[in-house]
Design a protein around this ligand. Structure first.
Ligand SMILES: [Fe+2]
Length: 368
């Protein structure tokens, strides 16, 4: 089956070999080694296959998965820098008769791409810091003032981020003494039999008002029913186009959640059916692109993820275009507050972050 996930990386790899490795004035054996290393980047895409029944992935050791993912990240970083180099080459040719320093230009790209990859993969795979936000919610009662809401999203447990990573994230989250924990989607990449053990530390999450979740698009790629059941066994409660009412003393808010439309029915109206009047609504919606519709339904605060904050500067712009303009941080959407988390981790396929750290989010709710 034709799969653009495989073809595009091969073309980018070919571009890297032609534009970066061939012009280098180094021995042929060194060029061959560099070319083979470059080719290991797209090879990961042959291990990750899209089939009619979803993604299939061959199990890799963590080190091998990290190496291949890092090489894929290097290939992308190099390709972006090579585009800049080749535009510079064209301008040089137009305005100068001197010989273009192809060797030094290619060597510069090689070194910068390697340094960017080392930094970016370190940033992309480390346990995230906590970002704290005080949020005024209109209509929030005094007894809920100071409620601590922790949020994890896009955990993406896979070949690289495994049990130790999840345990560290869980420990760091519990240390915040959250009253309630939200997980709006994208828990895992892989099948239950391979990844259950890695995700199991989620069962240690602790909060007085519970741990609540909605599905993300990645939940539908592997054994959807199996993951619904397994994650529920860890004590995480799903909100699938439905809501609950969280009450403290005389104050309440509605916590609602919608399914991701990738494989489910995204139905905010249904999630908000029969909610009490004059009670503020907090909505979990994995993708931020529906927020304008949600704002029209009386939601006070929407929390989302999915975008990973763009991960690197050039991809930021692409991410913005594919997500209705929402990438990272706070937005005012028709009077509704929208917070888009950059994610607690990211997909194994591209584990690099530059100027876009992952985070554990802590909201401290304030009454107005
Ligand atoms: Fe997602």
């Amino acid at each position: 089956m034709f799969n653009p996930f495989m073809l595009m990386p091969c073309l980018i790899c070919l571009y890297g070999i032609l534009s970066m490795i061939i012009p280098l004035k180094i021995p042929m054996w060194a060029k061959i080694i560099l070319a083979l290393l470059m080719m290991s980047g797209p090879s990961k895409m042959f291990l990750l296959r899209m089939t009619p029944s979803g993604f299939q992935i061959y199990e890799l050791s963590r080190n091998m998965a990290l190496f291949l993912s890092a090489m894929f990240s290097f290939m992308i970083a190099a390709a972006i820098m090579l585009l800049i180099k080749d535009v510079a080459f064209i301008i040089w040719k137009i305005f100068s008769r001197a010989k273009f320093p192809a060797h030094y230009a290619s060597l510069t790209v090689l070194i910068l791409a390697a340094m960017t990859t080392i930094y970016g993969v370190y940033q992309g795979t480390r346990v995230p810091d906590v970002n704290t936000h005080e949020v005024k919610i209109p209509g929030m009662g005094k007894d809920l003032d100071g409620m601590r809401v922790a949020m994890l999203v896009d955990i993406h447990v896979g070949s690289v981020n495994r049990r130790e990573f999840v345990q560290n994230v869980v420990d760091r989250t519990n240390a915040l003494s959250p009253d309630i924990i939200l997980i709006p989607g994208d828990f895992v990449d892989g099948h239950v039999k391979d990844r259950r053990n890695d995700l199991e530390p989620l069962a240690d999450l602790s909060a007085k008002y519970g741990v609540w979740a909605v599905t993300g698009n990645h939940e539908y790629y592997y054994d959807f029913q199996g993951w619904l059941k397994t994650i529920a066994e860890f004590g995480v409660k799903w909100l699938r186009n439905e809501h609950v009412i969280i009450t403290s003393g005389d104050s309440s808010f509605v916590l609602a959640g919608v399914d991701d439309p990738t494989g489910g029915k995204h139905d905010t109206s249904r999630a908000l059916e029969n909610i009490p009047a004059n009670v503020p609504v907090i909505l979990m919606d994995h993708q931020p692109r529906f927020s304008r519709d949600n704002a029209g339904m009386g939601v006070a605060l929407q929390v989302s993820g999915h975008t990973h904050g763009g991960q690197i500067p050039v991809v930021y712009e692409l991410t913005r275009r594919f997500n209705a303009g929402f990438v990272r941080g706070w937005y005012d959407v028709g009077g509704m507050k929208l917070y888009v988390s950059p994610g607690t981790s990211q997909w194994d396929g591209f584990p690099m972050r530059v100027f876009d750290p992952s985070e554990i989010t802590l909201f401290v709710l304030r009454s107005e």
